[in-house]
Design a protein around this ligand. Structure first.
Ligand code: SF4
Ligand code: SF4
Length: 291
């Protein structure tokens, strides 16, 4: 069985990314396809609120990393602070301060420290939960430990390591920062969900730029597709971006979503749209995989 990896992302929060990813996973599973849902938004996972998985297993994710400074060995030379690109170590007077929440575990401080004063050890960066949704969908999501923001990409890699055969749907964090790059960098298809507002178009442009910088050619899905002007369509045309689907601005969709339900279950009139949408996603993922 082939493996396809499809990321659902967006330039900003609140565009309907999770609405799309959870409904797409349910629709594909209902068609009898093998689906794995991976919530890569480890700082604010919410796919489980809609797909309601039965959790079967939970595991702590540990990482070997700096956990402090040995004050007796430390000469306050400042080399670690100079080497740290994330300002996780600061030398202030006769003190060396370590801020674990800023540490990205790059290892530079250990390499440059002349006295082996960097104390390392295992620290917990989060928890991953594994389960099944609708009896068919393999479901994985993680919870990043509070104050471990710098560890998001590492935890996302652990979630992605749970990818299975068949279709993998990655619910990406929003934006263009490292956690998004970690999610979309090696997928077969990145779907950018946007709305046709000026803010939506602006954030879409940033997301498209990010994707193209890392070698991804995204497609666009318009949610709340109530067009007040041609800005979004003009931009997509000029940038050579295909709009694979449009979900109308329907109050009932918003109500279903706010109750934690799936559109495919509650609003059957959208089943054709959702089936077409998943078909387009798969076509693109297959086409990109062949390249
Ligand atoms: S491991 Fe890297 S990020 Fe962490 S404190 Fe050392 S130099 Fe800074
Ligand atoms: S590099 Fe090592 S010795 Fe120098 S300040 Fe940092 S921890 Fe102390």
């Amino acid at each position: 069985m082939n493996q396809y990896k499809i990321a659902i992302s967006s330039g900003k929060g609140g565009t309907g990314k999770t609405l799309v990813s959870t409904n797409a996973a349910a629709v594909l599973a209902d068609q009898g396809k093998k689906v794995t849902f991976l919530d890569c938004d480890v700082e604010e996972p919410n796919g489980h609120l809609f797909l309601k998985p039965q959790i079967e297993k939970e595991e702590d994710i540990m990482l070997f990393s700096p956990i402090g400074i040995d004050e007796e060995k430390c000469t306050r030379c400042g080399k670690c602070a100079d080497a740290c690109a994330y300002n996780a170590i600061v030398v202030a007077g006769d003190k060396v301060l370590f801020f674990p929440e800023l540490c990205h575990v790059c290892g530079a401080c250990e390499i440059v420290c002349p006295t082996n004063a960097i104390i390392t050890g295992n620290k917990k960066i989060g928890t991953i939960k594994h389960g099944k949704s609708r009896g068919l969908i393999d479901f994985h999501y993680a919870l990043l430990k509070t104050a471990e923001g710098g560890m998001s990409p590492r935890l996302i890699e652990k979630v992605k390591a749970c990818s299975g055969k068949g279709i993998n749907i990655y619910d990406s964090p929003p934006g263009t920062a490292c956690p998004v790059v970690a999610t979309v960098k090696d997928v077969d298809l990145c779907v950018l969900v946007t709305d046709p507002t000026p803010f939506g178009v602006n954030d879409l442009k940033l997301a498209v730029d990010m994707c193209r910088k890392i070698g991804q050619e995204p497609v666009v899905l318009v949610n709340r597709a109530e067009y007040l002007d041609d800005e979004l369509k003009n931009y997509c045309r000029q940038a050579g971006l295909e709009i694979i689907a449009e979900i109308p601005d329907d109050r009932e969709i918003a109500e279903v979503y706010s109750r934690g339900d799936l559109v495919i279950d509650k609003l059957p009139r959208y089943s054709e749209l959702l089936n077409n949408l998943t078909e387009r996603m798969l076509e693109w993922a297959k086409k990109n995989k062949k390249k």
